[in-house]
Ligand binder design. Structure first.
Ligand code: PMT
Length: 411
């Protein structure tokens, strides 16, 4: 299943020599499906099983082959590659490679990259079952694990050599799943997070409505990021064209009134409420039961009334346990207006979003914001909405740490 869990993640896929090397092409594709940017490096033995050209075509980048190749080293050397990557995934990892990794060798490109890396490193071993069972192999694996390298243990079954046992490269979807799990932070583990997203629609008559340009992208990305951080997530969404995030409960609503009811239902037991929805501020005072005919004389006047302010209703009843985060979509005086909303709505945090720039904000894939709390101001630089969501969740989790005490002190 594609869920973009590796969006903005840079994965260096290392391939070592073994018959399973041909599966690295599929691994490269599936990593990209999850949103990762992939570069590849191969040992000399790997090139006996699959050509660099295949991985070059799939990754759309030159394949790194030699430690001392002046051409690739001048473009991106092994140290730079190690710094570039968020994850180094060696799949398949042969017994020989694991042995050299365990010894901390750095005499070829892949071992040198692993030695220089500060990022996550994972290996997916693949070898003959006797080689896997050998005490020395198991010792090498224990050694690699002890220095923080993740091992995606091989599967059991028929092997290319004709034998049956443990040593087959783990199935590609399982490798991808484990790679994604490496980025799950767990910082919101055990927390219930409610997120609102998208626009609301306020009916004028059965076929017309008042609404806005919110696509739901930012709210859905925040729901995803909270789930990625281990939270139990409820996403309350106005009408959007987005697929349901994998690990969130989705409640679909249309109007501000319905959104308010759904939110109030969820408040008990909620630890964090994030109000990303662009709730319509006005609705018609009366909704026409039938389509309004255009043959009314001249202009049509519709009387509007305010919709409920969902955030304010939540802060009225929230007590000390619920951390409330609002968004402020502003076209002028961004920080000043956002700060006023932070105070007026009695929020714990507000995300100031300049929506005058068409590159960010409504309906765009990018966003940029400033996170304000009563005490701090943090800039979230321009990034895609997934990345911004991850950064925001990180900040919320940090604020939550001191929240109980701070909130009690304020009340
Ligand atoms: O959906 P996208 O296309 O990805 O765009 C994202 C976004 C621009 C909609 C989002 O980043 C954003 O800025 N959301 C807030 C939109 C908004 O309505 O801002 P506001 O300044 O009008 O409202 C302030 C806060 O009060 C918001 O948290 C809003 O959810 C909440 N509110 C507003 C009106 C209302 N009746 N009830 C509310 O709870």
């Amino acid at each position: 299943m594609i869920s973009n869990q590796l969006t903005n993640k840079r994965v260096l896929l290392g391939v070592t020599g073994g018959i399973a090397a041909y599966k690295s092409a599929e691994i490269c594709r599936r990593l990209q499906d999850e949103g990762a940017e992939v570069r590849t490096a191969m040992t000399a033995a790997a090139q006996e099983f699959i050509t660099p050209l295949t991985l070059q075509a799939l990754s759309k980048n030159p394949v790194h082959l030699d430690l001392l190749d002046p051409e690739t080293e001048s473009a991106m050397g092994h140290i730079e590659l190690a710094r570039w990557a968020d994850l180094i995934l060696i799949a398949p990892a042969s017994a020989n490679f694991i042995s050299r990794l365990a010894q901390g060798r750095g005499d070829d490109l892949l071992t040198a990259i692993c030695l220089a890396a500060d990022c996550k490193v994972a290996i997916a071993p693949a070898m003959n079952r006797s080689m896997w069972e050998k005490e020395v192999t198991q010792k090498n694996l224990a050694q690699t694990k002890s220095v923080g390298i993740s091992v995606f243990a091989p599967g059991e079954g028929e092997q290319a050599c004709g034998e049956t046992g443990v040593g087959r490269l783990l199935d590609v979807p399982d490798i991808i799943l484990l790679a994604c799990e490496l980025f799950e932070t767990g910082v919101l583990s055990g927390k219930k997070v409610v997120v609102t997203a998208g626009p609301t629609r306020e009916a004028i008559d059965p076929i017309r409505y008042i609404s806005n340009h919110s696509s739901g992208k930012q709210g859905y990305a925040i729901a995803e990021a909270a789930a990625e951080a281990g939270a139990n997530v409820v996403l309350i969404s106005g009408p959007t064209n987005l697929p349901k995030p994998d690990r969130a409960q989705l409640i679909k609503v249309e109007s501000a009134g319905q959104m308010l009811d759904a939110v109030l239902d969820q408040v008990p037991g909620t630890d964090v409420f994030i109000s990303v929805a662009a709730v319509a501020d006005f609705k018609t005072k009366l909704t026409a039961p039938n389509k309004i005919k255009k043959n009314v004389n001249g202009n049509l006047t519709i009387e509007l009334s305010r919709t409920p302010d969902i955030l304010s209703e939540v802060t009225k009843i929230k007590g000390n346990h619920l951390f409330t985060v609002g968004f402020a979509a502003e076209t002028e005086n961004l920080l000043e207006n956002a700060n006023s909303k932070l105070k007026e709505k009695k929020l714990d945090m507000i995300v100031a979003n300049d929506v005058s720039d068409s590159e960010i904000g409504f309906n765009s894939d990018l966003n940029e914001a400033t996170v304000l709390t009563p005490k701090t101001s943090i800039n979230l630089p321009k990034a895609n909405k997934t990345q911004l969501a991850r950064n925001l969740i990180e900040i919320i989790s940090e604020q939550l740490a001191g929240f109980g005490t701070d909130a009690r002190a304020r009340s």
